[in-house]
Design a protein around this ligand. Structure first.
Ligand code: KG4
Ligand code: ZN
Length: 358
């Protein structure tokens, strides 16, 4: 008999609902993003995100059911992101999920957002099962772990400061590239030389931890120095006090070189530590999940370095890398089979990490 789960994800700025059968077959994966509302601020504004979830969630539900050609009656369980995430945003998804579970008399399955990002790998490659090494790279987290089962994780390391996606976003903001910066830096880097600037790697040797704030500061220092050294623009206008000079700006080629060099340094840290985790654990399979897993250089560098060691690296397709409801529904199916449902009194857990309170 088919087990059909509806998964609700509202941990950040995506209002997402997916319908998945037997843990791996995606019937629908609908996402409404409030991204454009946050773009003017250069980052997600929690109150705006929560309000946008309230406004979008019914429409997203209707679309997810239509795309899957299902009615609510045919859903066996309701899954929802319990955490980590923005407190207000999580509450909207949780309240909505509880309402559905109560009215439909279906079990409620709480799901860890980071665990679901990794489970997306199992939805991608049909034969993949734990154990494997998991790397979560997103706007809020950078985390390396061993996935022993779909409910048991061993943390190897995480970021000591900024998440890698956050670093991409902040560097893009510094370069005046817009928000979210990750996909823009990814695109621009193709035009730049990744070896043109040598940015420092963080000193986290001997651990599986990451640090990206030093790299971000190094980019800031480089940009400030370059601008200071830039020749004054439009010297002919300088005499006219009513038309002050525009501030010096970087040339497009310089911006592409900075983006490519930053990306190369960040990617190298992620790939090196992950391969070392395989060496240490003896595991030969890796899943990379989260928004930054869409990054093309990250994918190609993993492919280059993993092949000689005969390691299998699974990257979910972009629709399963961004925050989405299908990954929540998929993992919930496995949790449901393990009897891991929750009472309607369950609370959200904004600070949890892989199911454990931080
Ligand atoms: O997993 P996600 O959708 O949301 C969180 O849980 O945070 O990740 C969003 C992050 C953002 O920081 C965004 O800039 C980054 O993923 N991102 C990328 C790319 N696409 C999205 N970073 C680098 N390269 C990309 N292609
Ligand atoms: Zn995420």
């Amino acid at each position: 008999m088919v087990i059909r789960v509806l998964g609700i994800e509202t941990s950040c700025d995506e209002t997402a609902i997916g319908i998945v059968e037997d843990g791996r077959i995606v019937r629908s994966n609908t996402v409404a993003s409030s991204l454009t509302l946050h773009a003017p601020y250069g980052g997600v504004i929690p109150d705006i995100a929560a309000r946008a979830h309230v406004e979008a969630v019914w429409m997203v539900l209707a679309q997810a059911l239509t795309e899957a050609e299902q009615t609510l009656d045919s859903i066996d369980a309701i899954a929802v992101t319990q955490g980590p995430g923005l407190p207000g945003a999580l509450l909207i998804g949780m309240a909505f999920a509880k309402g559905l579970a109560l009215s439909l008399e279906r079990p409620l399955v709480p799901v860890d957002h980071l665990a679901a990002h990794l489970y997306a790998g199992e939805m991608t490659e049909a034969t993949l099962e734990p154990p494997y090494v998991g790397l979560v790279v997103s706007g809020g987290h950078t985390l390396l772990c061993i996935v022993h089962s779909d409910n048991r994780y061993e943390r190897l390391g995480d970021t000591k400061d900024d998440a890698v996606g956050e670093a991409f976003d902040k560097v893009a903001k510094l370069l005046g590239l817009g928000y979210p910066g990750g996909p823009i830096i990814d695109r621009l880097s193709v035009e730049g030389n990744p070896k043109s600037i040598s940015f420092p790697r963080a000193h986290t040797k001997g651990t599986f931890d990451f640090s990206f704030s030093g790299l971000k500061t190094a980019v800031y220092t480089y940009v400030t120095r370059t601008l200071k050294a830039a020749p004054p623009q439009r010297a002919t206008e300088s005499a006219n006090a009513s038309h002050p000079l525009p501030p010096p700006s970087l040339e497009p080629e310089q911006i592409a070189n900075i983006a490519a060099s930053f990306q190369e340094t960040a990617v190298e840290a992620l790939v090196t530590k992950t391969l070392r985790a395989c060496q240490r654990t003896g595991l030969r399979r890796i899943v990379v999940g989260g928004g930054v897993a869409s990054n093309r250089r990250l994918r190609s560098r993993f492919a280059e370095l993993a092949a000689p060691h005969k390691l299998d690296v699974v990257f979910p397709p972009p629709a399963l890398c961004v925050d989405n409801g299908a990954m929540i529904a998929g993992l919930a199916c496995s949790l449901l089979q393990q009897g891991l449902t929750a009472p309607l009194s369950i609370a959200t857990a904004p600070n949890q990490c892989l199911g454990v309170a931080a």
